[in-house]
Ligand binder design. Structure first.
Ligand code: SF4
Length: 364
């Protein structure tokens, strides 16, 4: 039997203390519920805004730091509430400057995010679930056992901690880390609300991208929601049979309907991006390129080609540069703008579909 480390013992003691004191984590409250909570405590709405700003903009982890709130009320808050979020565990930096963060949740689970600085653009790729229930065949995250959905504050905490840690204003957030954001839609929307609030992280919704493998119900909700975020669809396979085989949920989310909503999203909200991860001998031939062009012919969109990031746990390979070049050149005949994504952070497994699995699987 293992004896618990000091760190785990501290965590256990703090959990037991909070349970005994019945203290609730105030970070779980979004702004509106926080205003309601303050009203029940006989406080004004602006008090909720002050607390929200202290937590999300000024990185307060203790009520004592909230110096524009009376000492008596701060003491009363700390008797009833805690401020608990993700804990940074490790940061790995790649040669190209991208950084992979490993965080621990309060229930001792692990989640990863990637910071990608590119000139003025400072992007954080965040996770929305621990593991992923979709289990795409080519994705290392899909190999992990799905554990649970992340809460809004745990999703927002990833960008907040990276911003604080790197002392850099995060300009963009992409929901492309571990998990399928549209299978955890309400918490994802909650995180967008915290991220984009002027008293939160102040990251524009227009610089926020939600990526999905094509979950119809979530796409419809996002289409009709009052959010101005961008939508990226991980299409990856133009051949529906291969797609159904590689992405298990695709069978219940037919391509025709996915493309219809994508068209509507481009028309009414913002231009959709189709992500296409190129995998050697699976979807990298010229006939796949032809199929892709014909499939998307009526849809105003961007197409982003992403050469597969190889992962030690996965059997799939990146196509040769020549194959990638041929495919890309054929796509230039399409009406859409086509980009070929540079690989970032390859040596630290920071690519799309590579998050967390390596750490967790290695531990077993
Ligand atoms: S590609 Fe995305 S949806 Fe598919 S298993 Fe990986 S994280 Fe989940």
């Amino acid at each position: 039997m293992h004896s618990p480390s000091t760190e785990n013992l501290d965590l256990l003691c703090s959990v037991l203390y909070n349970v005994a004191m019945r203290r609730r984590n105030i970070k779980r409250f979004r702004l509106e519920p926080l205003c309601e909570l303050m009203a029940t405590l006989g406080q004004n709405t602006y008090r909720a805004e002050q607390i929200f700003q202290w937590i999300w903009q000024k990185n307060a982890t203790d009520f004592a730091a909230m110096t524009n709130i009376s000492k008596a009320f701060r003491n009363s808050l700390s008797q009833k509430f805690t401020i608990q979020g993700l804990q940074k565990r490790t940061v790995k930096t790649a040669h190209d400057g991208s950084q992979k963060y490993l965080f621990r949740t309060n229930d001792s689970k692990y989640v990863e995010s990637v910071f990608i600085p590119e000139g003025k653009r400072k992007t954080v790729c965040v996770s929305t679930q621990i593991g992923c229930p979709v289990q795409c065949a080519f994705c290392a995250t899909g190999r992990m056992k799905f554990s649970r959905n992340l809460r809004a504050h745990e999703i927002a905490d990833q960008a907040r901690i990276v911003q604080h840690d790197t002392n850099t204003k995060v300009t963009n957030v992409v929901f492309m880390g571990m998990g399928e954001p549209l299978l955890n839609l309400q918490e994802t929307l909650g995180a967008i609300e915290i991220n984009s609030s002027p008293i939160g992280l102040s990251i524009s919704q227009r610089h926020t991208t939600v990526s999905t493998v094509g979950i119809l119900q979530g796409m419809r909700t996002l289409l009709n929601a009052p959010f101005k975020v961008k939508l990226a669809i991980s299409l990856n396979f133009a051949d529906e049979n291969v797609r159904n085989e590689m992405i298990p949920v695709a069978k219940n989310n037919p391509l025709k309907e996915v493309l219809q909503i994508a068209k509507e999203y481009s028309r009414t909200k913002s231009m959709v991006t189709f992500e296409y991860v190129m995998i050697k001998n699976l979807n990298d031939r010229l006939r796949d390129a032809r199929l892709l062009v014909s499939l998307l012919k009526d849809i105003p969109a961007k197409i982003n080609l992403i050469p597969y990031n190889e992962h030690p746990l996965m059997p799939y390979k990146r196509p040769s540069d020549e194959r990638i070049g041929q495919f890309y050149n054929y796509l230039l005949t399409a009406p859409q703008t086509v980009t070929l994504r540079k690989s970032r952070g390859q040596e630290i497994q920071a690519g799309c579909g590579q998050l967390a699995a390596f750490h967790v699987v290695k531990k077993k």
